[in-house]
Design a binder for this molecule. Structure first.
Ligand code: BG6
Length: 286
C-alpha cells in the first residue's frame, strides 16, 4: 500500500502519520499530548517511545535486515534455530513486512494493530502509545497439529551508565541459565548489576521488573503478562566491537530486558488456540 493510501485509511491527523524512510522502509510517527513514538512496519518494530528505548547510531535500515535497538520481536524461535543453523537468528517476525489492521485514538493513546500470517501462525501485535507504552503480541495456530514456538520482546532500554544501573523486582525469585557459560545458576536476592558481557535466561514469571538508573535519575518500570522467562543481555566490550551495526561504546548506554517464552519455557499451542504475551513500559523519577 502506498504512503498516501496508508495515511488516507489509517492516519490519525497529526497524531499518527505514516512516512517513507530514506531506505524505502515504511514507518509511523506518533505525537500526542502524552507521548512521542515511532514504529516500523517491517518487524512491527517499535523504535521510539519517549526517550526510554535505545536505538544504535549504527543501526542498518534495509529491507529484510533486523534493526539494532527498540523492540525487535523474536519469533518463532529465539537465537539460533534449534535444528537448522542456516536459518536467521531470532526467527522471521523481526524482518517480515507486517500489515496495518487498524488504528484509533482511545483513552488518550494511539492504538495500532499490525498483523502477519506466515508458517501456520496468525500474528497480531497491538501497540498502544499513551502515558505508558503497552504492546500485546498474540499468536494463533493455524496448524492442524500442536505446535511450539518461542517469543521474545527483545527490548533495548536506554540507560545513563551500564556500570551504575541495577535491575530489581521479580527476577530475584528465579534461577537463570547463562548462555555464555552454559551453566545454570540458583536464584539470588541481590539486584542484578553489569560488569561484563551478560546473556542470561531467567526461568519464571516476572511480571514486574525495574531498571534503577541513577545516572538518568529515573527508574524504568517493566510489567509483563503471558511470559514465563526473561532474557537479560548486554554485549559488553568485545562483542560490541564484533557487531557491525552497533557502536563500540554503545554497550554503556543500553541493556536488554526481554519479556519472553524461550527454551525450557517455549509455548505449546493446539490447533486454533491463541497465546498472548504483553509488555508495559513506564518511567518515574528516582
Ligand atoms: C539476545 C541473546 O537476546 O540477543 C544474545 O540472548 C544475542 O545471545 C542478542 O547475542 C543479539 O542477537 P542479534 O541476533 O540481534 O544480534
Amino acid at each position: 500500500m502506498s504512503i498516501d493510501s496508508l495515511n488516507a485509511q489509517y492516519g490519525l491527523g497529526d497524531q499518527l502519520v505514516f512516512c517513507e524512510h530514506p531506505s524505502g522502509l515504511v514507518f509511523a510517527k506518533v505525537k500526542t499530548d502524552h507521548c512521542t513514538g515511532e514504529f516500523f512496519l517491517q518487524g512491527a518494530h517499535v523504535t521510539e517511545y519517549q526517550d526510554l528505548l535505545f536505538m544504535s547510531s549504527q543501526a542498518v535500515f534495509a529491507q529484510g535486515k533486523a534493526l539494532r535497538g527498540g523492540i525487535p520481536i523474536c519469533f518463532p524461535w529465539f537465537n539460533s534455530h534449534p535444528l537448522d543453523a542456516n536459518l536467521p537468528a531470532h526467527g522471521w517476525a523481526r524482518t517480515s513486512p507486517w500489515q496495518v489492521l487498524s488504528t484509533r485514538f482511545q483513552d488518550s493513546a494511539i492504538i495500532t494493530e499490525l498483523g502477519l500470517i506466515k508458517d501456520q501462525f496468525r500474528l497480531v501485535y497491538r501497540i498502544e502509545m499513551g502515558g505508558v507504552l503497552k504492546v500485546f503480541f498474540e499468536a494463533t495456530s493455524q496448524s492442524d497439529i500442536s505446535c511450539d514456538y518461542e517469543v521474545a520482546l527483545h527490548t533495548y532500554f536506554r540507560i545513563g551508565d551500564i556500570e551504575r544501573v541495577s535491575i530489581s523486582g521479580d527476577l530475584k525469585e528465579y534461577g537463570y541459565y547463562d548462555q555464555l557459560t552454559k551453566l545454570d545458576h540458583a536464584a539470588s536476592q541481590e539486584p542484578i548489576h553489569f560488569d561484563q558481557e551478560t546473556d542470561r535466561i531467567y526461568y519464571g514469571t516476572a511480571s514486574s521488573i525495574a531498571i534503577q538508573d541513577p545516572a538518568l535519575e529515573r527508574s524504568i518500570e517493566i510489567q509483563s503478562t503471558g511470559s514465563q522467562s526473561t532474557v537479560v543481555w548486554n554485549p559488553w566490550i568485545e562483542k560490541s566491537k564484533r557487531m557491525s551495526d552497533f557502536g563500540d561504546l554503545e554497550y554503556r548506554q543500553m541493556c536488554c530486558i526481554e519479556t519472553a517464552n524461550v527454551r525450557r519455557r517455549s509455548v505449546r499451542i493446539e490447533p486454533g488456540q491463541t497465546h498472548r504475551t504483553s509488555l508495559q513500559i513506564a518511567s518515574r523519577p528516582l
